[in-house]
Design a protein around this ligand. Structure first.
Ligand code: CO8
Length: 257
């Protein structure tokens, strides 16, 4: 896949998509979001891919939506732009494949919101997180007011959004915004290690688990339990369940196809 603002690489079951607009600290403009949309669509139909790693080129993960492009927008144009970002981020959140954000630097505004749409966030010790929108006279617009409180809790999310303050990677870990922090030069290796660990499991059961968590969190508990039951039962129609349990009984490693 060739793009102006993205670098795509595939290593076996693991795909890496790197946001590549380093001169503007990987700020998200419309072209970049459209490319991201296309890339995610292609990854979704590639049955070989079991984990996606999302990262950024240079010193930034994503420093937000492109302020120069947003500056002159009317309300209608801003709504369309928000809709595009929300659509792409929701696609990332709901895609079958688990997505790891390897946050290498600034994750601000739309960049923090992109990381929030991923399943797992790993950060470089140099990463900085924040929702600085109120300082620009706008609210978060790619899902930040909704995903941030769901992930770190209402009070902390309000503090971050109302103040527009940046937090460093360790603080982000302490408040539950990132899963783990690594030295900058080991971040991608650690993301690969995690991706391989996930990919070594039954891919179908990982995908069903993602669906059960993401969809279940939007339901009442009883409906969510029904969903879990359905997906659990569906596993038993798969070769992977047969192989996984046979391997346990035969005291060997499973060979999932
Ligand atoms: N948009 C456009 N250009 C940017 C952005 C951005 N978000 N961030 C950085 N750049 C550009 C700079 O303008 C600069 O360009 P140039 O070299 O041509 O002057 C280049 O990247 C390098 O940036 P700096 O020189 O500023 O680098 P520093 O290391 O000094 O500072 C910072 C790094 C602190 C990250 C600083 O660049 C900064 O504060 N950036 C803006 C961060 C921000 O406010 N992000 C939130 C944007 S709003 C948003 O994301 C809303 C999402 C929802 C949209 C809904 C649709 C309506």
């Amino acid at each position: 896949m060739e793009f102006n603002n993205l670098i795509y690489q595939k290593q076996g079951e693991i795909a890496v998509l790197s946001i590549n607009r380093p001169k503007a600290l990987n700020a998200l403009n419309e072209e970049l979001l459209q490319e991201l949309n296309i890339a995610i669509d292609k990854i979704c139909v590639d049955k070989e891919i079991n984990v996606l790693i999302l990262t950024g080129e240079g010193k930034s993960f994503v420093a937000g939506a492109d302020i120069t492009q947003m500056q002159k927008k009317t309300s209608d144009e801003a709504r369309n732009f928000a809709e595009l970002g929300m659509k792409v981020f929701r696609k990332i959140e709901l895609m079958d494949t688990p997505v790891i954000a390897a946050v290498n630097g600034f994750a601000l505004g739309g960049g923090c919101e992109l990381a929030l749409a991923c399943d797992i966030r790993l950060a470089s010790s140099k990463a900085k997180f924040g929702q600085p929108e109120v300082g620009l006279g706008i609210t978060p617009g790619f899902g930040g007011t909704q995903r941030l409180p769901r992930i770190i809790g209402e009070a902390k999310a309000k503090e971050l959004i109302f103040t527009g303050s940046m937090v460093d990677a360790e603080t982000a870990k302490n408040i539950g915004l990132v899963n783990n922090v690594f030295e900058p030069d080991t971040l991608l290796d650690e993301a690969f290690k995690l991706a391989k660990k996930i990919a070594a499991n039954g891919s179908l059961s990982v995908k069903y688990s993602k669906a059960a968590i993401n969809k279940g969190l939007q339901m009442d508990l009883d409906s969510a339990m029904e969903l879990e039951k359905d997906l659990f039962a569906l596993c038993f129609a798969s070769e992977q369940q047969k192989e996984g349990m046979a391997a346990f009984v035969e005291k060997r490693k499973p060979n999932f196809k």
